[in-house]
Design a protein around this ligand. Structure first.
Ligand code: NAD
Length: 340
């Protein structure tokens, strides 16, 4: 991919800050401009390793700011977009949905419009020649709603979002789709299952379990703990995004998952068992701290992914096994929480 300058949005968040160092290493001839508002969820400390890289530039700002986004496209001659920026926490969307509508829907629209104007507008096209520039939209399996005990989501599953978060992501997926069908923008969307790994915000399930355990506090688990998620190591998600970005077909969707289903109580027990081994309590097990709390409103029961399409068409496979990925993750958070 010679001489590409890729606008990455939300690069200071969990997945973006794992993706940027990986992508710069993987593609020695690309430059990245990272546009991030630095909401409570963004953290530039997670990008220390790239901050002096001459192929990396950070811009603090809002993806809803059309003037700023347009000037970034112009000043950096942006060739492609990989769009991570979002409000991402379901619980926050239940408390206050408005920010989700603004960032996830209006923000995605602002980026699509900038891409359309800069890449497809005839006057600009003569200057840039970027009519095959790629717009990769990062989305979630939560747009498909909830499964029962059996079955899997795939690219043909009907959308049935249940939370304001997943509804706002679903709306953004549809906008992205429409820019392919209406304007011929070279979009790709990937819908991934739950990620785990280093650099995730404290509010999410796995960091919360580790933090509360180490602090000697109650480890809160929603409802009866039986809700099932498919867990994918964040670096495997990064390689999946790379596969879809570089080899995916314009206009296509790829679901990405780890074939690794666990219910929440099992996740908490597994983490407690690792902590019992590497940071034993004075007495007893961390599992004694697990406490069931009032369930999340509208809590989806189960998500699971059939990732056959990305595996067969783009030759992608997750590489990490859950036990070692979880151990690495636990030790990253032990380091983090013990520094505080
Ligand atoms: P995150 O909340 O950790 O990070 C989001 C980042 O976006 C933050 O750095 C934040 O500052 C930035 N941001 C928020 N609003 C912005 C705005 N208006 N303008 C510019 N930047 C803004 O999220 P994440 O977990 O890294 O998720 C990244 C993407 O992946 C999201 O689109 C999410 O829907 C999707 N996704 C996440 C998961 C998961 O398990 N975490 C799974 C599937 C899909």
């Amino acid at each position: 991919m010679p001489n590409r300058t890729i606008l990455i949005t939300g690069g200071a968040g969990f997945i973006g800050s794992n993706f940027i160092p990986f992508f710069l290493e993987e593609h020695r001839d690309v430059s990245i401009v990272n546009l991030d508002k630095l909401t409570y969820a963004g953290n530039l400390d997670h990008l220390e390793e790239v901050k002096n890289n001459e192929r990396y530039k950070f811009v603090q700002g809002d993806i809803c700011d059309a003037g700023l986004v347009g000037s970034i496209f112009n000043n950096h001659r942006i060739t492609d977009v990989i769009h991570f920026a979002a409000e991402s926490h379901v619980d926050n969307s239940i408390e206050g949905p408005e920010a989700f509508i603004k960032t996830n829907i209006n923000g995605t629209f602002t980026l699509l419009e900038a891409a359309r104007q800069h890449w497809l507008d005839k006057a600009n096209r003569a200057k840039t020649g970027f009519e095959t520039s790629r717009f990769h939209h990062i989305s979630t399996d939560e747009v498909y709603g909830s499964l029962g005990e059996s079955g899997f989501f795939d690219e043909n599953t009907a959308y049935a979002p249940n939370s304001p978060y997943s509804a706002s992501k679903a709306a953004s997926d549809f906008l992205v789709r429409s820019y392919f069908h209406t304007y011929g923008l070279h979009v790709v969307t990937s819908n991934c299952s739950n990620n785990y790994g280093p650099k995730q915000h404290d509010e999410k399930l796995i960091p919360t379990i580790i933090r509360k355990a180490l602090a000697g506090e109650e480890i809160p688990i929603y409802g009866d703990g039986k809700n099932v998620r498919d867990w994918l190591y964040v670096r495997d998600h990064c390689t999946g995004i790379n596969a879809a970005f570089t080899r995916g077909k314009a206009g296509e969707t790829y679901v990405i998952g780890g074939n690794n289903e666990h219910n929440n109580i099992h996740i908490a027990q597994k983490i407690c068992a690792i902590l019992d081994e590497v940071r034993p309590r004075r007495k007893g097990s961390y599992t004694e701290q697990i406490a069931f709390v009032k369930d999340r409103l509208g809590h989806d029961f189960r998500y699971a992914i059939d990732a056959t399409k990305i595996k067969t068409e783009l030759d992608w496979e997750p590489k990490s096994d859950f036990d070692s990925g979880l151990r690495e993750t636990v030790s990253w958070y032990i380091n983090k929480y013990q520094k505080v």
